[in-house]
Design a protein around this ligand. Structure first.
Ligand code: CMC
Length: 424
């Protein structure tokens, strides 16, 4: 018997078999062979590794996050979002030549087809949520790039990757401008990725919009922190739809839709609403009592994987201080700090290992930079596109089978149809 293995005995037959433990997991293939028709019941896939991945390493107990082996702290400190996107997708940091070509490619694909904006985005109701617009616009791109279906052609794949990463900020800003009734701003290819996004968001009549470089850098750091997070709900949606060999725009739209949910990327918006609802420091205690009594959750706290301080939240807290030096302090910061202090010394949160996650402070920064709260999840979707694509490429390279889980059926047994006029 291999030392690093699990022995399973089927008490119905007395048969035993070993399953080796490899890379921290046990193969379901051996289980399937010996125990035909017996399925794992693993609601929400809490105990299931559904793929092998080399993109992101996460140790939730130790609070470690690495992209392709590089600690998130080093990337946030020294890299840029576009370099990180390259790293996630290609597996290695680019050489100077590769970096130059990559940045140029992304920069020159930032424009969207006029029909996407004029006929499609402008067709939404005037008060449409920008995230709903983004989900639909990403899906609509698949109708503009028919070659996207050629997912096994590497040049074609590369084209879609560049297009998606490049066009996300343009679509995001277009959704915002429409929702506030302002004219669309075309991309400015002389600006960096983050600065160009800020220009498309806020340029009015000036010939060139030069964002405060420190704010553009803070946004770029937030983009780095949000670029990937292994098999979260959105990435799992990307991998699931991708495994059916749908084009990458359709798969990314599914991922965006998952991200929209308040349990996932929608939490940053929920945090600000919660802080506004609490209103002042004096109300923090009674709010926490309400959470403990089951009246809602403390938004921006807790994580399926982290049972320790989310390393991204630490960096974001620091970035927030740098941003507030320029913009002035967000008045909600004091309530957030008090909430964190009270929660982290309360047994309810300590015993459940609930710590601030990435969304707890990010909304405060977005708000201080001037983004409306409806844009917060959109700001998450822009960089997460790189992670989604890295996983999409990986699953295609691995020739992964279509994702198709089993179920435990708990419904009615066979019964006979009763015509409508004979039902009691
Ligand atoms: N406030 C109060 N109690 C909580 C919270 C919270 N934010 N999160 C978890 N709990 C409690 C929960 O009630 C349960 O208690 P009990 O054992 O007594 O029933 C226990 O902690 C375990 O919670 P769970 O729901 O089993 O945990 P989960 O892993 O299924 O959910 C989560 C993870 C992120 C959905 C959840 O922590 C949550 O709803 N947090 C608030 C929303 C949020 O901040 N989401 C952003 C996540 S990070 C970014 C991203 O993924 O996009």
């Amino acid at each position: 018997m291999a030392r690093s293995s699990i022995t399973i005995t089927d008490n119905r037959t007395g048969e035993s078999f070993d399953i080796p433990i490899e890379n921290g997991g046990v193969s379901a293939e051996i289980w399937r062979k010996h125990l035909k028709g017996i399925w794992f019941f693993d609601e929400a896939l809490m105990t299931t590794a559904a793929c092998e991945s080399a993109v992101t390493y996460l140790d939730g107990d130790a609070g470690i996050l690495r992209y392709r082996g590089y600690p998130i702290e080093q990337l946030a400190e020294q890299s840029t979002y576009l370099e990180v996107a390259y790293l996630l997708i290609h597996g290695e940091l680019p050489t100077p030549e590769q970096h130059q070509e990559w940045v140029k490619d992304i920069t020159y694909h930032t424009f969207i087809h006029e029909n996407v904006r004029k006929r499609f985005l402008e067709g939404f109701h005037y008060d449409a949520h920008p995230m709903g617009m983004l989900v639909s616009a990403v899906a609509a791109l698949s109708t503009f790039y028919l070659d996207a279906k050629e997912i096994h052609d590497s040049d074609c794949r590369k084209r879609q990757i560049v297009r998606l990463i490049a066009k996300m900020p343009t679509l995001a800003a277009a959704a915002h401008r429409f929702s506030v009734g302002q004219p669309f701003v075309y991309p400015d290819n002389s600006l960096s990725f983050a600065a160009n996004f800020l220009s498309m968001m806020w340029k009015i009549a000036e010939p060139r919009y030069d964002a405060n470089p420190a704010l553009a850098r803070a946004l770029d750091v937030l983009f780095i922190l949000h670029a990937d997070h292994e098999q979260n709900c959105g990435t799992t949606a990307m991998r699931t739809v991708g495994s059916a060999h749908a084009d990458p725009y359709s798969a990314a739209a599914a991922a965006c839709a998952a991200l929209y949910g308040p349990r996932h990327g929608g939490a940053n918006e929920a945090v600000i609403k919660m802080l506004n609802h609490i209103g002042s420091m004096e109300n923090v205690g009674s709010f926490i009592d309400g959470v403990k009594a089951g009246k809602g959750r403390l938004q921006g706290f807790g994580h399926r994987v982290y049972r320790n301080y989310d390393p991204r939240a630490k960096i974001i807290k620091r970035t927030a201080e740098e941003v507030f030096e320029i913009t002035g302090k967000n008045p909600l910061l004091d309530i957030a700090l008090k909430l964190e202090e009270v929660a982290l010394s309360d047994d309810y949160f300590v015993s459940r290992k609930l710590y601030p996650n990435v969304d707890f402070y990010s909304g405060l920064i977005y708000q201080a930079i001037g983004f409306p709260i409806e844009m917060f999840t959109v700001l998450f979707a822009i960089p997460r596109t790189a992670g989604w694509l890295a996983h999409w490429v990986e699953l295609l390279d691995q020739d992964q089978r279509i994702i198709r889980p089993r179920q435990l059926y708990i419904g009615a047994q066979e019964r006979h149809y009763v015509p409508l006029d004979q039902r009691p």
